[in-house]
Design a protein around this ligand. Structure first.
Ligand code: G
Ligand code: G
Ligand code: MN
Length: 522
């Protein structure tokens, strides 16, 4: 019995010894301060157990009492052993869960790439350590169309494949982050053993192949902007602003990669300033309308006039509509401008009529006008006051404007056509739209873009395009205007091709109403 009691106590003390390692581990790893004193207590207990064994060796008398003590010591050792073992398991589990949660919070669930938060942490740490780097911003060019056409499920699939492919091409040379829908960032540290031109090539090489999604082969491309730390800025927000700005310029100019330079920012600042002044300009009637005549090709008699908006400045200069119209479209101000142009054109048409003008005024519509209800309301309202107006206004729409939302444009054009308004396709030939547009939409006229007209007397292909466009239009029952006629050689060539109307600097630039009346009305 004595031996049994000694063994039990000894095993109990072994349990305590085996509890030392996990307790030590926990006292090191966990932030809980209680584990260190516990470690000390276990050591004291082990000594106590050994003392008790020593005592048992020489004083084994009270059988019952010692058996109870022995049992308690054994179970006590086991208890401590189990508690420390279970604690260490729970601790490791918690640590794993925490690691997993942290991983998830720093990675994108769709592509598995490091996410925006991760990107911001990484870039802040590089800035803090003053480690120079080049930052690239990537944005897919046709992703929205793919998403709209195939749905989000397949859009996601394409994103995953593209992300994986770019990662593969980068081959660990720099880190790829997914920072938004179809936006990615790449950080290339100066200390990395690779040139940025190589990285740009690698990024684009991921787009040289077609992606197989469902049964479709999809080709994609990417716009890339770049900025350098610390050369361009040492502020995180500024760097991100710059790199996005550079990326937008790359998208607009269809270049492989645009590096940030100060001019890009000046351009953006200027646009912002123009945007701020546009609202006021509408309210305070700062715009003017200019008129450019359209002549009948054979008789050279006045046929009508294109109305063109002008924004005069205090210093006598003008801000070109090419500049402020796109800004107005983005700022949601274009409807107000179109409203002003149409209202003013109707007033000035009255003036013109008083001087014997009987032609039509061509109004330029912007891309957004066809997709809003306000144009319809506006024109129908004008029609109430001037019932014959529909026959006197020709609405010029570019191909790209119609293509913005074809169904919507078609509905609007058909509704307005019912009231007698007619449409002319502006800049015809530049919009890559399908010829079926001419069949589907209520189009009465095409205006051949001046880029084809200008050199048609010397460039054979331009001549062929103008010739074919005139032929096509006539067979579809449309009239044809040649824009950009700048000399008599072009005039006689267009006469030969039987063009209907001519417009261009050879006859007149756009001019103010009073000049137009003086020159073209009796
Ligand atoms: O007149 P100018 O060459 O600067 O015209 C430049 C561009 O601005 C042309 O494409 C022309 O169609 C467009 N534009 C001129 N006036 C208007 C207008 O009143 N409304 C819209 N939407 N565009 C206009
Ligand atoms: O895009 P849209 O066709 O609306 O552009 C009309 C503008 O084209 C006019 O405001 C005018 O500034 C410009 N324009 C008109 N005639 C000529 C021309 O003969 N040559 C050139 N280069 N531009 C012209
Ligand atoms: Mn026009």
């Amino acid at each position: 019995m004595q031996l049994f009691a000694i063994c039990m106590t000894f095993i109990g003390s072994l349990f305590l010894v085996f509890s030392l390692k996990p307790t030590r581990y926990l006292s090191h790893e966990s932030s809980q301060p209680g584990w260190k004193p516990l470690y000390g207590l276990i050591v004291i207990f082990i000594l106590g157990y050994l003392g008790f064994i020593y005592y048992l060796l020489f004083h084994y008398q009270h059988f019952i009492i010692y058996s109870v003590f022995t049992l308690i010591f054994f179970l006590g050792g086991l208890f401590v052993f189990m508690v420390t073992r279970l604690s260490i398991e729970s601790y490791k589990n918690i640590v794993n869960i925490a690691k997993e949660t942290e991983y998830k919070s720093l990675h994108d669930s769709l592509t598995g790439l490091p996410n925006r938060k991760h990107f911001l942490m990484k870039i802040s740490s590089l800035i803090t350590k003053s480690n120079p780097f080049t930052l690239f911003s990537l944005d897919l060019n046709n992703f929205k169309q793919v998403n709209d056409a195939l749905g989000h499920y397949y859009g996601d699939k394409l994103l995953i494949e593209i992300a994986q492919n770019i990662s593969k091409k980068l081959d660990g040379l720099s880190i790829l982050f997914r920072t938004g829908g179809d936006e990615f960032m790449v950080i290339l540290k100066d200390s990395d053993d690779v040139f940025y031109s190589d990285i740009i090539e690698r990024i684009h090489s991921a787009f040289n192949e077609t992606y197989q999604i469902m049964h479709y082969s999809i080709e994609s491309s990417v716009s890339v902007g770049a900025t350098k730390f610390p050369n361009d800025s040492n502020n995180l927000d500024t760097l991100i602003k710059y790199v996005d700005l550079a990326m937008y310029v790359s998208k607009k100019t269809k270049s492989k990669c645009v590096f940030y330079r100060d001019e890009l920012n000046e351009d953006a600042t200027e646009k912002l300033a123009i945007c701020g002044r546009l609202r006021n300009a509408i309210a305070t009637n700062e715009f003017q309308l200019y008129f450019q005549p359209l002549l009948e090709c054979h008789s050279k008699k006045l046929h009508g006039a294109e109305v063109l908006i002008r924004w005069p400045q205090l210093d006598g200069s003008f801000i070109a509509p090419d500049i402020f119209i796109p800004i107005a479209e983005k700022a949601g101000l274009i409807q107000n401008i179109t409203q002003w142009v149409i209202g003013e054109a109707v007033i000035q048409l009255n003036q013109l009529d008083k001087h014997g003008f009987s032609g039509a005024l061509h109004i330029n519509l912007s891309a957004k006008d066809l997709n809003t209800e306000s144009l319809f309301d506006l024109l129908i309202n004008q029609l109430k006051n001037t019932p014959l107006l529909a026959g006197r206004l020709i609405l010029e729409v570019t191909e790209s404007a119609m293509m913005l939302d074809l169904t919507c444009s078609k509905t609007m054009m058909l509704r307005l056509a019912e009231y007698g308004f007619t449409f002319s396709i502006d800049d015809f030939g530049t919009g890559f739209s399908s010829l079926s547009l001419l069949r589907e939409l209520p189009i009465d006229q095409i205006k051949i873009d001046r880029s084809f007209v200008q050199y048609m007397d010397s460039v054979k292909t331009d001549h062929a395009i103008v010739n074919s466009a005139i032929f096509l239009a006539k067979n579809l029952g449309c009239t044809v205007v040649a824009e950009g006629v700048e000399n008599s050689a072009l005039e006689s060539e267009l006469e030969k091709l039987n063009c209907d109307y001519l417009q261009g600097y050879y006859y007149s630039e756009p001019i103010p109403l009073t000049d137009f009346i003086a020159q073209y009305c009796k």
